[in-house]
Design a protein around this ligand. Sequence first.
Ligand SMILES: O=C[C@H](O)[C@H](O)[C@H](O)COP(=O)(O)O
Length: 236
Amino acid sequence: MPVDAADDMKKRAAAAALAAVAPGMRLGLGTGSTAAHFVALLGERVREGLDILCVPTSERTRAQAEALAIPLATLDEAPELDLTVDGADEFDSSLRLVKGGGGALLREKIVAAASRRFIVVADATKRVETLGAFPLPVEIDAFGARATRGHVERAAAALGLSGEVRLRSRPDGHVFVTDGGHLVLDCAFGAIPAPEALADRLAAIPGVVEHGLFLGLATAVVVAGPGGVESLGRLD
Ligand SMILES: O=C[C@H](O)[C@H](O)[C@H](O)COP(=O)(O)O
């Protein structure tokens, strides 16, 4: 799909999610290119007088929101959020997600879990029958990273999954480091027929900080495709 067509769909999904925002809300602001469209549109509403308080899920989103004069708070200052809007790398019909392509998965999951509603905004290319075509991000502590990678590979193998587990690097070749100071393994396991079982095994590994399987968190997905925008789940 041409890049500008996908970006247009991201914008349309973001615009549709804006309808769920009401004055006085406490919002979680997601990370990534689709979430960035939502933040930009939210900034326009703030300029028009919308009263909201927001918690960003990354330093990148914080910088964008600050530039738009969107009122920000820490999650400690606003521990119960009305709504989080964020993107996804994949979603299935059960609203299960793979996230973390941009390395923000830890703060994103913490913020999503603090939110009464979690609306995902996505273009149609993110919809999958089975999660896993996108390499699963797993955030790990730098201490003992090679040992932790071995545990991750064995945990997946116990479920019949295999594939390259690669330490994420930046375009300049240096190792990628998350906002939280951790590393990311990108696990190309392919189709993950039992995401819950894999999530449980990954979470049990010492050294794994968080993984990119977001299960039971999304309350709706707003997806924009060539035929228009549709919503899965409940937007209200
Ligand atoms: O770490 C990044 C987040 O999980 C993003 O929400 C996800 O990667 C989707 O990003 P995009 O909207 O740019 O495809």
